[in-house]
Design a protein around this ligand. Structure first.
Ligand SMILES: *Cc1c(COP(=O)(O)O)cnc(C)c1O
Length: 233
């Protein structure tokens, strides 16, 4: 028997508990099931549980999977997006979590106008200033945010974070807090409700919810370990 229904229920319960513990309404938190590396058959098992929101981090993989699955599913793109792939991804993904530069934001805006689309995006922020990692620095977001708001086709719905791998959860929490504070600062400055915080993965989504996450991206806690899957193949 597939472990997916039970794992899925347990993730949903833990989301509810973490929200309640933080005095938040669980319905404020979107669960994006990260289906990367898993085939359509496996994704179908989660669809049967009533889930319809999925995240993928590779363009080719998303392009291949979408036609194999029901058209009513919603797809979010969560991986680094090369500018020459924007045209492929926009008709398929309603939201892009990983807008990591102003150049990419402008490119998405341009292609969206050509295609007649209004994509929602998160700006990915490298709050910890990790070298070699994608994302705006905090200083760049502060500097470039107002001009990004002027782009007509993209709707900036929030900020996104992939925290550094830390064995100490308090270090991860610090990054979540930094993202929330940056979001609050930008919201106060522009007077617009930029409410979204895409943060939290299998290892840390409860902490992320305690710190205000509105979108958790959970893969292995729902589908199982991607590592064991590779061994099987
Ligand atoms: C893979 C991935 C996730 C999910 O990771 P898990 O640890 O399997 O929950 C979340 N966000 C991004 C950007 C990812 O690439």
């Amino acid at each position: 028997m597939s472990p997916i229904p039970e794992l899925y229920e347990s993730v949903k319960e833990r989301i509810t508990c973490a929200a309640q513990k933080a005095g938040r309404n669980p319905s404020e938190i979107e669960l994006i099931a990260v289906s990367k590396t898993w085939p359509a058959d496996t994704i179908a098992e989660l669809i049967e549980c009533g889930h319809d929101l999925f995240g993928e981090n590779r363009v080719q993989e998303l392009v291949a999977k979408v036609p194999m699955l029901p058209a009513r599913l919603r797809w979010h793109f969560i991986g680094h997006l090369q500018q020459n792939k924007v045209r492929k991804i926009l008709p398929l993904a309603e939201t892009i979590h990983s807008v990591d530069s102003s150049d990419l934001a402008r490119r998405i805006d341009l292609i969206a106008a050509e295609l007649g689309l209004f994509p929602k995006v998160y700006l990915q922020v490298n709050t910890a200033g990790e070298a070699g990692k994608f994302g705006f620095s905090v200083a760049q977001v502060r500097e470039e945010f107002d001009s990004l708001l002027e782009l007509e086709r993209i709707e900036i719905i929030g900020l996104m974070l992939i925290p550094p791998l830390a064995s100490d959860p308090s270090l991860t929490r610090r990054e979540f807090v930094a993202l929330r504070e940056l979001r609050d600062e930008l919201t106060a400055r522009c007077g617009l409700p930029i409410t979204g915080l895409s943060m939290g993965m299998s290892r840390d989504y409860e902490i992320a919810i305690e710190e205000g996450s509105t979108a958790v991206r959970v893969g292995s806690s729902i589908f199982g370990s991607r590592k064991s899957r590779k061994v099987k193949e």
